[in-house]
Design a protein around this ligand. Structure first.
Ligand code: ADP
Length: 511
């Protein structure tokens, strides 16, 4: 890798990839923190819902408390109000007022009085204990409702309280109600209001986990938030998200966000590689172009120097022998031809690059074109010590641009001469396949490695191996051949082995 490329790579990494990478790492860590925060907020929300339910149930009882305390007195009771309280609240089983010496017990059916007075007798020690704390709260202005529960498996719940602003703090008021009925009749409508199709709410007995209420059937309640019911301490109420749990949801969101970030990183890396590769290609092309300029200058200098030297000698009339003169004229002629071929090949190339080269198609016999080239090249071959074999088969007449095809053939023959080593021989063959005719130029020279065979048709490309740099060239010949053949809808097949030689076969369609 050359220095410029290394600098570009370092620049790309420092300016784009590294900061993006760090940003993404930062984002991934903060996603976890954010999701944790969302999770906490969410759990707090569930907690708040349970709190509101507890608050609501306490409000219901407070209502009873107000109604009962207004209508109950140890000496008399407001019968109609009490009856109304019983009939409006099916769950209330007994109301009572207790004092040190007397007690008033009211039930829906008078026959049950005995049962409840016995029931209260059992609770009496516990009630007495709680009275002290109720008094304390009362003095501070808070009218507390105290649940009394001896037996969690009991279906009844007793609540005691003092009269608000009571002068006689010895009178304890109370209510006994059915726990399950309270949940299913009094609280259930509130539950429905709260869950709104988003949550599952359930109430169960804390002692034996029996289900008291469930808004929907769910198997796994382990992710639920649970709280004790304030007025029924033996029950707990739980809430969870319907469908996926919050953990599953946040897990999914984290996965999705991380995937997005990694995908972004991948895209940036791919884009980086893409940019790097195109810059690399541009740099290589620039290198090839600057090689081309120096090659062309070198190629122009040699024939110009020869022409100048020989024409000067002739002009000064220093050469006396006619034979020598002829030889000098011939060299000047050859070098001029070489120059003009080179100039026209560069011109053709630039026309092709600009898409301006026009082809004039006419009916031609490829054998004839090759024969004409060989006739003019005869002297060239023998002067360089080459022998050329033309192995031809009868060919169909095809439509082609004679001048362009000749240029392609001359380029291939020129290369065969340039890149031959000791075996100075060239074979030219023609023939036909199904729908095409072909001609090929074979040499027995330095050959082309497998890797470079793919590149030889690229513009400005010159192989790096062998004695190539002693050989003159611009790196344009084969790219011109390729363009000409493509314009004829033809194909080039290159078969070559290093140090054994190469065959360039051109296929041209018959129609
Ligand atoms: P150049 O002006 O360098 O000959 P070309 O486009 O004609 O440019 O060829 C490109 C490269 O392909 C050459 O530099 C040479 O390395 C390789 N090449 C072309 N023809 C032959 C051949 N017959 N034998 C070996 N190498 C060849």
């Amino acid at each position: 890798m050359n220095k410029t490329l290394k600098q570009i790579l370092a620049g790309l990494s420092v300016l784009i990839i590294l900061p993006t990478f760090l940003l993404i790492i930062f984002q991934i860590t903060s996603i976890n923190e954010n999701e944790k925060l969302i999770q906490d907020v969410y759990y707090d929300q569930l907690d708040a819902i349970l709190f509101s339910i507890n608050q609501y149930s306490q409000d219901v009882v407070k209502d009873w408390q107000v109604n009962a305390s207004n209508s109950l007195n140890i000496n008399e009771s407001n019968k109609t109000k009490i009856e109304n309280l019983f009939s409006n609240n099916n769950t209330i089983k007994c109301l009572f007022v207790l004092s040190d010496d007397k007690s008033l017990i009211l039930t829906k059916n008078i026959e049950q009085n005995e049962f409840y007075s016995e029931y209260l007798e059992n609770l009496r020690p516990e009630i007495n204990k709680s009275t002290l704390s109720l008094n304390k709260y009362n003095k501070q202005g808070y009218n507390k409702i105290q649940p009394i529960d001896l037996n969690y498996s009991d279906s009844l719940q007793c609540l005691i309280f003092l009269l608000p602003d009571s002068q006689n703090l010895k009178n304890i008021f109370g209510v006994i109600f059915n726990k399950e009925e309270f949940i299913n009749e009094t609280l259930a409508p509130k539950f429905q209001e709260v869950i709104k199709d988003k949550f599952v709410l359930f109430v169960k007995n804390r002692l034996d986990s029996t289900s008291i209420y469930q808004s929907e059937n769910v198997e796994n309640k382990s992710t639920a938030i649970k709280k004790a019911l304030w007025i029924i301490p033996s029950y707990e109420i739980g809430i969870l998200l319907k469908g996926e749990t919050i953990d599953e949801l946040t897990g999914k969101r984290i996965g999705y966000n991380v995937f997005l970030l990694l995908a972004t990183l991948a895209i940036i890396i791919i884009a980086g590689i893409f940019v790097f590769r195109s810059i690399n290609r541009e740099i290589k092309l620039n290198q090839l172009k600057s090689d081309f300029v120096s090659n062309v200058s070198h190629e122009l200098k040699t024939p110009l120097a020869l022409i100048s030297m020989f024409s000067e000698t002739l002009e000064m009339d220093r050469i006396k022998s006619e034979e020598k003169k002829k030889e000098y004229y011939s060299i000047i002629h050859q070098e001029t031809n070489r120059l003009s071929r080179m100039v026209s090949s560069i011109l053709n190339f630039s026309k092709m690059e600009a898409g301006k080269r026009e082809f004039n198609f006419s009916k031609n016999d490829i054998n004839l074109i090759i024969q004409q080239i060989l006739d003019t090249y005869d002297y060239h071959f023998s002067s360089k010590g080459f022998s050329c074999k033309f192995d031809k088969q009868d060919l169909s007449i095809i439509k082609c641009d004679k001048e362009a095809i000749s240029e392609a053939i001359i380029n291939l023959i020129d290369n065969a001469i340039k890149y031959s080593s000791n075996k100075k021989m060239i074979t030219i063959r023609t023939g036909s396949n199904n729908n095409s005719i072909y001609f090929e130029v074979e040499d027995y020279g330095i050959g082309i490695s497998k890797e470079e065979q793919k590149k030889v048709f690229d513009k400005f490309f010159r192989a790096s191996t062998g004695n190539i740099h002693d050989t003159k060239g611009t790196g344009l010949g084969l790219s011109i051949v390729k363009s000409i053949i493509e314009a004829h809808n033809g194909n080039i097949i290159l078969t070559s082995t290093v140090n054994e030689g190469s065959i360039f076969r051109i296929l041209l369609p018959i129609n």
